[in-house]
Design a protein around this ligand. Structure first.
Ligand code: F6P
Length: 327
């Protein structure tokens, strides 16, 4: 351990994700174990700019491993996008003798952190916390597994009512740039079609497939659409189907922010604990400007610049499988 780091700050930033609290707990307790003092800054980067923080002791993170959301609150900070905002943040860190930061968040968080490091040379380690799973350098992000299970539970319920009425449901899930939730959610619920931002949606192909399914007298159909799909979302898809096949009884459900809440799954709690502890270990060894992830069960570091969302490949084989299984 270097002697340099004595006081660390934690922020949660961007969209919240189930498991962030478990991660705050792990960071805090591993830091204390290593003789460090811990401070939780409120509402992401805004807390640094506005100097809003609270010391975190072991007992302050008791009884939070199972809670959704983030006790530190979160935000997408507009002020941190400006140099003036970042300078204020730096001045406050110096004033409070904070030597390093751990930032739990997604792409926007890491982009901001990276600029901050370059300008002010503050050590920052990132931890992937987003339901979207769209970060390169980790098999899963914290919150993804819980969100996926929330989607599966909701779609199963919708399937019950869809098949009772013989209806077509178009269901929209989160993922404005990535279809990880839609793809695995669709496979797990036996969706008849999955539309994701990573591939172009050919609506005629979809309509033809539905027509064939209808000829086979499927009791119900589910189309799972990621919010960022290029065709424009669930309502647009439903409209296109209705225009071509007016006889379909169609309902649209947008699952929305329910996907971001709830008690984290066991997988997310364990992942959050491993990554939180790993972040402190790497930080005291002098690492910075990197995200700590878990690849094939091992901790791995990825520079912030590479962790960016569009680098993570989606699994074409899974999409092909969904097509086969929907015959
Ligand atoms: O980044 C996670 C995410 O849930 C996206 O899937 C979604 O597009 C976005 O956040 C919505 O964020 P908000 O409503 O907080 O602006």
């Amino acid at each position: 351990m270097t002697n340099k780091i004595k006081n660390i700050g934690i922020i949660t930033s961007g969209g919240d994700a189930p498991g962030m609290n478990a991660c705050i707990r792990a960071i805090t307790r591993t830091a204390i174990y290593n003789g460090l003092n811990v401070f939780g800054f409120k509402k992401g980067f805004n807390g640094l700019i506005e100097n809003k923080f609270t010391p975190l002791h072991s007992k302050d993170v008791s009884n939070i491993i199972q809670r959704g959301g983030t006790i530190l609150k979160t935000a997408r900070s507009e002020q941190f996008l400006t140099y003036e905002g970042r300078k204020k943040a730096y001045d406050n860190l110096v004033k409070n003798n904070i030597d390093a930061l751990v930032a739990i968040g997604g792409d926007g968080t890491f982009t901001g952190a990276s600029v901050f490091i370059k300008e002010f040379n503050i050590p920052i380690i990132g931890i992937p916390g987003t339901i979207d799973n769209d970060l390169f350098g980790t098999d899963n992000t914290i919150g993804y597994d819980t969100a996926l299970n929330t989607v599966v539970e909701a779609v199963d319920k919708l399937r019950d009512t869809a098949s009772s009425h013989g209806r077509l449901f178009v269901i929209e899930v989160m993922g404005k740039d990535a279809g990880f939730i839609a793809l695995r959610g669709g496979i797990a619920t036996g969706a008849e079609a999955i539309l994701i931002p990573e591939t172009k949606t050919y609506i005629d192909h979809l309509l033809e497939k539905l027509h064939k399914n209808n000829n086979k007298k499927k009791a119900s159909s589910i189309i799972l659409v990621a919010e960022g799909d290029d065709f424009g979302g669930a309502y647009k898809v439903a409209e296109a189907v209705k225009n071509k096949y007016p006889f379909y009884d169609i309902r649209v459900t947008v699952l929305g922010h329910i996907q971001r809440g709830g008690s984290p799954s066991a997988r997310d709690r364990v992942l959050a604990s491993q990554l939180g502890a790993g972040a402190i270990d790497f930080l005291v060894k002098g690492e910075k400007d990197v995200m700590v992830g878990l690849i094939d069960k091992r901790l791995a570091l990825t520079p912030f610049s590479q962790a960016a969302k569009h680098n993570k490949e989606f699994n074409q084989e899974l999409l092909d499988l969904a097509e086969i299984l929907a015959v």
